[in-house]
Structures are given as C-alpha cells and as structure tokens.
Design a protein around this ligand. Structure first.
Ligand SMILES: Nc1ncnc2c1ncn2[C@@H]1O[C@H](COP(=O)(O)OP(=O)(O)O)[C@@H](O)[C@H]1O
Ligand SMILES: [Mg+2]
Length: 231
C-alpha cells in the first residue's frame, strides 16, 4: 500500500442510536490517507465519540459503507470487527480506561492477550524488551511495576498511549485524551505521540473540542463540515 492510499473510506454512512428518531451521524463522504495525523474538532455532542466508535468497529453503522484498510466494517460480524480492531487499531479513551488492579506493564500488554496477530506484529523480539523500549521513549520506563492508580494523569495518559501503540497498529484513534493536561504538557505529549506514530507507520485520528492543539496536526477538519446530521 503506498502512502497516498486511503486507510479510511466512508460513503453515505449513517448512525442512529437505538431508540432515537434521528441519526447522530450522516456522512456522505470522508477519507483519511495512510500516514495522516488528522485532527477532528467539534463541540460536545456533535458525534465525535460516535464516529470513533464506528471507526473502531465498536458500533456498527446503521447504513452506508465504512472501509478501514479496504475492509468494510458494515458487512462484518461483531466478532470479526472485534478481531479486526485488536489486530489493526489502538484506541486511547478520553478517560484512558486503564485497569486499576493491574500494574502499568500488565495494562500495556492487554492488547497482546486479545489478539495473537497483534502479538505477532512485535516480531521475534522479546515482548518485555519491546515494552521497555516503547515506555522508555514515552518517559514512563521507570513506572512499569507500579499500580496505575499511583500515577499522575500525565503518566496515565502515556500508559494509555503505550498500550495503544504496542504492536505498531495501522490506525490510532484518540478521543480527547489531552483534556486533563495543561497547554505545555499537551504539546510535548502530542509531539512524542507523532514521533512514534511516524516511526511505526501508524495513521492518527484524534478528536477534540479543544482547537488549541490543531496546528500540530498534518490536517484539521471540523466534524460539522463532514457530518450532515442536525442536532
Ligand atoms: N448511548 C447513546 N444512546 C443514545 N444517544 C447517544 C448515546 N451516546 C451518545 N448519544 C448522542 O449522540 C450525540 C453525539 O454524542 P457523542 O458522539 O458522544 O458526541 P461528542 O463525542 O462529540 O461529545 C449526542 O446527542 C448524544 O446525546
Ligand atoms: Mg465524546
């Protein structure tokens, strides 16, 4: 696949929550190219999280076509979408979703337990060494045996990113994970994230209501410019 190819291709996508009488997403067309660092912004309630959940295969679009790496998630079974996500995607949640009773390293290893293919993406090298190198790059190399509840918000965020990037996923989806950080930390964090994403060939889709960071991305777009749903 060359770098100008689309990693995400959306045509006529609609998503309507069960019990709702109008769609949350109506997206006629939207593409993301491989290698992009895309910033999608919009106020709260405009469907950012809903779109990321469709992209990750957590939610199945009500109609239309949503291709990731050429595979249409709309026609896949729920189990196939779960396997596809585990194999190809990293997800950084707004609240990080770290497991409080596990250590830092156990949290980071989780995706490998969910997908043998993800584990095989590490190659023949020792998993522990790969995690240590990645965490060294993220500045959390000293924290691996700590409980995640002992960490600061900024440290937890780096753990969430390490977990998402382990195994070099094709696509990293991030849902406002910087909202708890101050401006200086946000910028440092994003530069580090992009450095690793570029090294790994990982495409980044990052959603936020906070436009203070948009100039750091390779492309920036308002969700309302692609989503025709009216709230
Ligand atoms: N589980 C749900 N059931 C019904 N409606 C929902 C659900 N989650 C979100 N919505 C609605 O979908 C719209 C978009 O929400 P969301 O995707 O969370 O927006 P954002 O992430 O931009 O704040 C909102 O109107 C919200 O009320
Ligand atoms: Mg949201």
């Amino acid at each position: 696949m060359n770098s100008s190819e689309a990693i995400i291709e959306i045509r006529d996508l609609q998503y309507t929550y069960a019990g709702s009488n109008k769609p949350t997403l109506v997206i006629p067309e939207f593409n993301v190219k491989k290698g992009e660092e895309l910033f999608l912004f919009g106020p709260s309630g405009t469907g950012k999280t809903t779109l990321l959940e469709c992209l990750s295969g957590v939610l199945k679009p009500t109609s239309g076509s949503l291709k990731v790496l050429g595979h249409d998630l709309v026609t896949m079974s729920s189990a196939d979408r779960d396997a596809f996500r585990a194999e190809h995607m990293g997800y950084v949640f707004q609240s990080f979703n770290l497991i409080p009773y596990l250590s830092v390293i156990e949290n980071i290893e989780l995706p490998l337990h969910l997908s043998p293919v993800r584990k095989s993406r590490l190659g023949s090298v020792d998993t522990d060494m790969v995690i240590r190198a990645l965490c060294g790059n993220l500045g959390i190399g000293e924290l691996l045996d700590k409980k995640v509840t002992e960490l600061s918000v900024g440290q937890q965020q780096r753990v969430a990113v390490a977990r998402a990037l382990l195994g070099k996923p094709d696509l990293l989806l991030a849902d406002e994970p910087t909202s708890a950080l101050d401006a200086d930390h946000r910028e440092k964090f994003l530069k580090l994230l992009f450095e690793l994403a570029e090294l790994y060939g990982t495409t980044v889709v990052f959603v936020s209501h906070d436009r203070g960071i948009e100039n750091l991305f390779s492309r920036s777009l308002s969700l309302e410019s692609i989503n025709r749903a009216t709230s």
